[in-house]
Ligand binder design. Structure first.
Ligand code: AFP
Length: 308
């Protein structure tokens, strides 16, 4: 890492965004850093309840959601939080006039907790209330809790990546790792979720061609943020398509897909839901799922033809 690299704070200061948005992004990055110190206490166990998708809730899911919500409210900048782990949106009654509504997946990839593989937190920031399409995002960011901790954000002026490291006083900071990341061409890896036996035959044929003709290699971790980081750095495609059993796919449009598509398109990639860019998906149901395809532009063009 370049020891003179700018910090996230400095980078946001020169990003030409208003003070509130800058403070929210910086605060979230700090909150997520603090949260991680507590992870060892919550690595085992599940809560009795299922979440609104009928999935088991890990102890860490529940704790991270609570910690992020409480601390986002404390910033005074968020009036409403929509979370994958909340049955109803959280209305911050003390912040009624606050500028932002937030959609988040507090702990993306919870099946990886027990095996100590990477997982993350995904946050999309809106000025207008949800439901909204991703076109209305004013900021999108994620934290990847991996072998090192990275934080990636976009405010519509490129996609920038930071890494946690320590300043000379021993305080943790995020330092700039890569500015204006661009999806590498021609693309190297393919992260694919779901059961191939359940895929639409047209998609299965397309997927085979990505191996045969495009020579992509498989990379799949079961954490969207981690698989996204692979394609952001290597190019290629991430897909979680519709299946016979799940015609809308698995990933959540507002909590995962739109936010990551924003970051991806800002890095020069293209996204697709099977019908439109993931940034155009607008459902009246904030909890809706969507098929997800993120890829190098030429791969998404091929996909559109394959699925037409
Ligand atoms: P959680 O946010 O509930 O942990 O969901 C993880 C996820 O939505 C996404 O991160 C992965 O890409 C996908 O599910 C993994 O699903 P499979 O276990 O079906 O591969």
């Amino acid at each position: 890492m370049d020891e003179n690299a700018s910090t996230l704070f400095q980078h946001l200061k020169s990003a030409g965004i208003d003070n509130d948005l800058r403070t929210l992004i910086y605060s979230f990055a700090s909150i997520a850093l603090d949260a991680q110190h507590h992870f060892p206490k919550y690595l085992r166990g599940t809560m009795g309840d299922k979440n609104k998708y009928g999935e088991a809730v890990a102890a860490l899911d529940e704790w991270v959601n609570g910690y992020l919500c409480d601390n986002l409210v404390k910033t005074g900048l968020v009036r409403k939080i929509y979370s994958e782990e909340l049955k109803e949106p959280l209305i911050a009654s003390a912040n009624k006039k606050a500028p932002f509504a937030v959609a988040m997946d507090p702990l993306d990839g919870s099946s990886n907790i027990v095996s100590n593989n990477a997982f993350g937190s995904i946050v999309g920031v809106y000025r207008d209330d949800l439901p909204q399409s991703g076109r209305k995002l004013v900021a999108a960011f994620y934290k990847l809790y991996g072998p090192v901790n990275t934080f990636v954000y976009s405010v519509g002026k490129g996609t920038h990546e930071f890494v946690k490291h320590y300043d000379s006083a021993g305080n943790a900071q995020f330092y700039l790792l890569a500015e204006n990341l661009k999806v590498p061409e021609p693309g190297e890896v393919f992260g694919i979720g779901g059961d191939p036996l359940e895929w639409d035959p047209a998609f299965l044929k397309f997927a085979k061609d990505l191996f045969r003709k495009e020579k992509l290699k498989v990379r799949y971790s079961g954490t969207f943020v981690a698989d996204f980081s692979q394609i952001l750095h290597r190019g290629g495609m991430f897909a979680y398509p519709a299946t016979k059993k799940s015609p809308h796919g698995k990933l959540r449009a507002a909590y995962e897909a739109a936010t990551m598509a924003y970051i991806w398109e800002q890095a020069g990639g293209a996204s697709w839901s099977g019908k439109e860019s993931l940034l155009d998906v607008k459902s009246l149901d904030v909890d809706a799922r969507t098929p997800v395809f993120l890829g190098n532009r030429h791969l998404i063009e091929k996909l559109k033809k394959a699925l037409a």
